[in-house]
Design a protein. Structure first.
Length: 422
């Protein structure tokens, strides 16, 4: 569905009004400031850039790099020239702003040189590149190669956001992830000009850092589209997960075969439906396994997915059903309110195991309907294709509706190509 700026405003106003309702699980969480939303998205999608943003000494080192500053000025100069013209053609602006392959390579080489010659820069960045850091997939590479790959991910991820949410390129899943604006929307063009022309004007003289302009443009694109899904319910250790988080440290893990029971969400096909019948069925299956003592916790996983821009979060509605209808303890049910696909149901749950202090030497159990259970057992190729790695190990069939698998550190690797759940 495509929205004009006026319709988009009305839609977001409706969501804001929805937030005023009381009652667990029936509304979006309170909207934080744009700055907080932006910082959460950057931290999740672009850990390398988030590190640069958090440390003034790193930003200064980047600003003192003549090569990086030259690249940034060239980018800003061509973008500024595009925005000066009337009418603004957003697609041409995006073409002027995205990093070209040779620019990505050149910036990567400059970062590698900085890493090799600046001890302070190297000391700050190196922990990010270890197996326990934010890029475990690259940990086996030399540090300079891992740094180059982390930067490449960030640059290509920013390009993807700009092309999808400003230039209407097709995302991987157009039905749920597309731009909110019609192609060549005049209102969008005007807003892009108002918000980004001052940034391009400043960057063409002296860029704050070499990545600032495309990063701020990408964040503006997400804001204009109302795409803050990745920032909702953060931090995950608070809110609906506060009780379960506190219970993790008190758990006698030796009593259980599995660390958690994962229930993948099932998005309703109709607008206005909070919990799909298939989602409720999966919850009932998982409740049986919980009561049988298979695991001390249940993770319900699913974000704001179906139908597109639904006001209901699958995980929140499933937790409500499991606690209020099925009678499970609140402290036994965790939510993953971000996953948009079966691949990320598993990936996000494994991430939570590491982040919440679960024993990662114990397998987790997925419980779902027969069809999806069969798909999960044979999902490695899809994970490799969409995520670039498989976020679990040693998958084993337990029953028609259950599979077991082992957590792996690679699940912490961010996916900058999906800014709604990186």
């Amino acid at each position: 569905m495509e929205y004009s700026p006026q319709r988009l405003f009305s839609y977001l106003l409706g969501l804001l009004l929805l937030c005023t309702h009381s009652g667990f699980g029936q509304a979006l969480p309170a909207s934080p400031s744009y700055a907080r939303i932006d910082s959460i998205i950057v931290a999740k999608a672009f850990p390398l850039l988030a590190l640069f943003e958090a440390q003034p000494a790193l930003r200064q080192a980047l600003q003192e790099s003549t090569g990086l500053q030259t690249l940034a000025r060239r980018q800003a100069q061509r973008s500024y020239g595009t925005l000066r013209k009337q009418p603004v053609l957003v697609a041409r602006f995006v073409d002027s702003l995205v990093w070209q392959p040779q620019e990505i390579r050149a910036a990567g080489q400059q970062l590698q040189q900085l890493y090799a010659t600046n001890t302070g820069f190297r000391a700050a960045v190196a922990p990010l590149l270890t197996r326990t850091g934010r890029y475990p997939l690259y940990a086996s590479r030399p540090d300079t190669a891992a740094l180059r790959l982390a930067w490449q991910d960030a640059a290509q991820g920013l390009n993807r956001i700009l092309r999808v949410y400003l230039a209407n390129a097709k995302p991987r899943y157009p039905v749920i992830d597309s731009s909110s604006f019609a192609r060549r929307d005049a209102g969008l063009a005007q807003q892009v000009r108002q918000q980004l022309r001052p940034l391009t004007a400043t960057a063409r003289r002296r860029p704050a850092t070499f990545y600032t302009l495309p990063l701020q443009a990408a964040l503006a694109a997400l804001r204009l589209n109302g795409r803050d899904e990745a920032a909702r319910y953060e931090p995950l250790t608070a809110g609906p997960n506060a009780g379960p988080q506190a219970a993790v440290a008190r758990t006698e893990w030796a009593r259980y075969a599995y660390s958690v029971i994962l229930v993948p969400g099932s998005g309703p096909s109709k607008l206005g439906v909070a919990l799909d019948s298939m989602g409720a069925y999966r919850c009932r299956l998982a409740a049986e396994r919980y009561r049988a003592g298979q695991a001390p916790f249940v993770v319900v996983s699913g974000g704001y997915v179906h139908p597109n821009k639904t006001p209901y979060c699958e995980a929140v509605e499933m937790k409500k059903y499991m606690v209020e209808t099925l009678g499970l303890p609140d402290a036994a049910v965790l939510i993953d309110p971000h996953a948009r696909h079966t691949t990320t149901n598993l990936r996000n749950t494994v991430r939570m195991l590491y982040a919440f202090g679960f024993p990662t030497d114990k397998p987790l159990l997925t419980v779902t309907d027969i069809s999806q259970s069969r798909g999960i057992l044979n999902m490695a190729a899809r994970c490799q294709r969409e995520l670039g790695y498989v976020p679990y190990g040693n998958p084993q069939r337990v029953s028609e509706t259950e599979n077991a698998c082992q957590p792996v550190p690679e699940a912490r690797q961010p996916d900058p190509f999906d800014p709604l759940d990186p």
